[in-house]
Design a protein around this ligand. Structure first.
Ligand code: ZN
Length: 237
């Protein structure tokens, strides 16, 4: 049986608090514990000029943590500075891919420090626009205890370059034949229809959803099937 993980992107002190509350209510109703990407020092103009600063944000994050939600470091400033796709070229823009190792180390250190300031320790990372490179992994290794990456196309969790990769294959809920499938949502930009479709799916399949803590992290190498999936996704699209 496939297992599902729900991932929520772009939580920060500049977000659509009503939509995030709607998401929280929905997930509470079905007992789903998502993985939430926290932008530590949001400088993304599309977010900070669109939403009023939520001064209760960090308290909210701690309440999510107490509920068993998994928190991830989601970039540093959430600002794109390159047009690189890196090793998971879902988009041709990045905050990390193509940036020098030294700069990447500084960004990771800064992000970790801010989370720490609010009492948050995490071992999961995912980059804005899904894009990062080998130097991002080195920077994470040198500057943090993070050893889990949410992203890349594969059938199941795999272990590579000292990191566990939890694959992320879809931007909406649907039945996919993967052993572990992550659905990635951006609550800030979700429509009523998106919320309704998500609820229809959760009502039917809530029991297939797991929290990050329930995922077995095996030191499995990428299989031929994983490589084929990656190839089909990036080369054939
Ligand atoms: Zn993001």
């Amino acid at each position: 049986m496939s297992k599902y993980l729900l991932r929520l992107d772009d939580a920060s002190d500049y977000m659509d608090v009503e939509k995030w509350q709607r998401m929280e209510n929905l997930l509470d109703k079905y007992g789903i514990k998502p993985l939430v990407g926290i932008i530590p020092d949001n400088k993304d103009a599309s977010l900070i000029y669109n939403y009023k600063q939520d001064l209760t944000f960090w308290t909210k994050v701690l309440s999510w943590k107490n509920k068993g939600w998994e928190l991830a470091l989601h970039g540093c400033y959430h600002k794109y500075t390159t047009k690189e796709g890196g090793i998971n070229p879902v988009n041709k823009r990045s905050e990390f891919a193509g940036v020098s190792l030294d700069e990447q180390r500084k960004m990771i250190r800064h992000g970790i420090d801010i989370l720490k300031q609010y009492g948050i320790v995490t071992n999961v990372f995912f980059a804005p626009s899904h894009t990062f490179d080998k130097n991002t992994l080195i920077a994470l290794k040198e500057e943090s205890n993070i050893r889990i990456i949410s992203d890349t196309i594969a059938n199941d969790v795999y272990f590579e370059n000292d990191f566990y990769f939890i694959p992320e294959q879809s931007g909406r809920v649907r039945n996919l034949p993967f052993k572990l499938c992550t659905f990635c949502y951006h609550p800030n930009t979700m429509s009523d229809k998106d919320f309704e479709n998500l609820e229809i799916f959760l009502k039917k399949y809530y029991f297939k959803f797991v929290a990050v803590k329930e995922i077995e992290l095996k030191k499995r190498s990428k299989s031929l099937f994983d490589k084929l999936l990656h190839f089909m996704y990036f080369v054939k699209r």
